[in-house]
Design a protein around this ligand. Structure first.
Ligand SMILES: [Zn+2]
Ligand SMILES: [Zn+2]
Length: 222
């Protein structure tokens, strides 16, 4: 386990093996890719169909991908990115999504899940915007940053029930969306699934007809 102080001073240690060089070495990236997330992204339990969603879950998005469980190397990489100022972690995280996602249609638009503004202030950067932008560069896909948070409530310490209630009214769109486009919501961690659900619902309420979801990780159920 990398101590957060060390990671801050020496950001180019691999979050997996601790070797000097990059934040995620090739071997540790392979470890993550070798154990992909295989369950339904919405409930974390059911076996998904080809669209990544199980038959029980009724969600406002049409397809979903999730790279892996949030544990081991990936948990530390995301932790370093969000909590120890390892800003350049957006590159290996976007690279994981790029390696994992299939080829996307030309009419796809990337929409980052908006970060809580107090977290942007604490970190000095909008971590999801950085990931989404880099993924857009790698895939030559444009970004739409019109989805925003209507509240500044913090999720980190909230209970499961509080998170779901907060998420319900958390989002709005700056402008109406193009029904001929596919909007790909990009998130780092799916926990209850409430955030992606209500973010996707907001996109559909504002004119989107196709909403897809790509998450880097899902919090394992204990
Ligand atoms: Zn490594
Ligand atoms: Zn499900």
């Amino acid at each position: 386990m990398i101590d957060s102080g060390i990671a801050f001073l020496a950001p180019h240690l691999c979050s997996g093996c601790g070797n000097l060089g990059v934040l995620l070495c090739g071997s540790c990236k392979n470890d993550i890719m070798d154990e992909p997330f295989l369950l339904c992204i919405a409930c974390g339990i059911g076996l998904p169909g080809a669209n990544g969603i199980c038959r029980v879950c009724d969600v406002p998005y049409d397809r979903a991908w999730c790279v892996a469980d949030r544990r081991d190397h990936l948990q530390r990489l995301i932790g370093n990115f969000k909590f120890t100022n390892a800003k350049s972690a957006y590159k290996p995280l976007a690279d994981l999504l790029d390696s994992y996602l299939p080829e996307l249609p030309r009419n796809t638009i990337i929409v980052p899940i908006p970060t809580v503004s107090s977290h942007i202030r604490q970190r000095g950067y909008d971590h999801m915007l950085l990931v989404a932008r880099h993924l857009g560069r790698l895939r030559k896909i444009p970004l739409d940053t019109g989805l925003y948070r209507t509240s500044t409530t913090q999720q980190r310490s909230a209970s499961r029930g509080q998170r779901i209630t907060q998420a319900k009214t958390a989002f709005a769109c700056k402008q109406s969306l193009d029904p001929t486009k596919i909007y790909l919501l990009v998130d780092d961690v799916v926990t209850t699934g409430a955030t992606i659900k209500y973010a996707a619902q907001t996109l559909k309420d504002n004119g989107a007809t196709s909403v897809w979801v790509a998450s880097i990780s899902r919090q394992p159920l204990d």
